[in-house]
Write a protein that binds this ligand. Sequence first.
Ligand SMILES: C[S@@+](CC[C@H](N)C(=O)[O-])C[C@H]1O[C@@H](n2cnc3c(N)ncnc32)[C@H](O)[C@@H]1O
Length: 282
Amino acid sequence: MLYVIGLGLSDEKDITVNGLEAVRKSERIYLEAYTSILLVDVPKLEEFYGKSVTVADRDMVETESDAILDRASEIDVSFLVVGDPYGATTHTDLILRARNAGVPVKVIHNASIMNAAGASGLQLYNFGQTVSIPFFTETWKPASFVPRIADNMRTGSHTLLLLDIKVKEQSIENLARGKKIFEPPRYMSVSTAVNQLLTLLEEGAEGYTEEAYTKDTLAISLSRVGSDQQVIKAGTLAELAEVDEEEFGPPLHSMILVGSRLHDLEAEFIEAFSVSTKEKSQ
Ligand SMILES: C[S@@+](CC[C@H](N)C(=O)[O-])C[C@H]1O[C@@H](n2cnc3c(N)ncnc32)[C@H](O)[C@@H]1O
């Protein structure tokens, strides 16, 4: 059996009881560590499971899936995913390959940033398409996600923005094991995301439209959701741009652009996170 197991959002103890039982009876255990990171290192996972874990990079999952699926019809193999297994597209592909190879698959779900975004107080039912924001490069300022935000805004829906993670393939194993790596990974912070959004607006980048957002659009930052260091802040993009980057805390970060169909209860909930209210009350 191939068990595809969600680890949840924070530490080694967020795995479900069913997930843990599957891990403990598996002969081989892989951890997918390139679409997201768990906020603890692999040795901590290994100690908790009492089993060794192989860190699988993108290449292994996407092109060498035969190694992961090897003999999985006869023995138990676990494939661990941070968050929920269906919270990233690559895992659907592995499940399809397993099915095609006649390997039975069981998915064990867990919390994902896709539902933990509800910690903002916004109703999950009122969200539209989720988008990912890539890092700007020296020669490229991608804005292709902006029309999808505009689509959501037209229907009054909120938009969850997932922020880029850049890590060299060859560093993933060391990173996951908490070892030193030559080139540290880059996790996009809320400050970088806000600056990039405002740059696209100021430069009138191709693809940018004010139907998607302006500097007065209400946004919510989500840092380390599900952990003890969770930080949530709400304000217009212009206000969030003024917040000291340190205040958002360590990665991982996400953001929400708030749509116009804001229910009174949602508005009341996010008031507590408001950066402008804080200033007024200080
Ligand atoms: C490609 S998604 C993978 C999602 C994961 N499979 C899940 O189900 O949650 C990774 C992105 O989700 C967001 N994210 C994941 N965990 C988070 C957390 N605990 N707090 C805030 N954002 C998080 C970050 O923007 C990160 O770059």
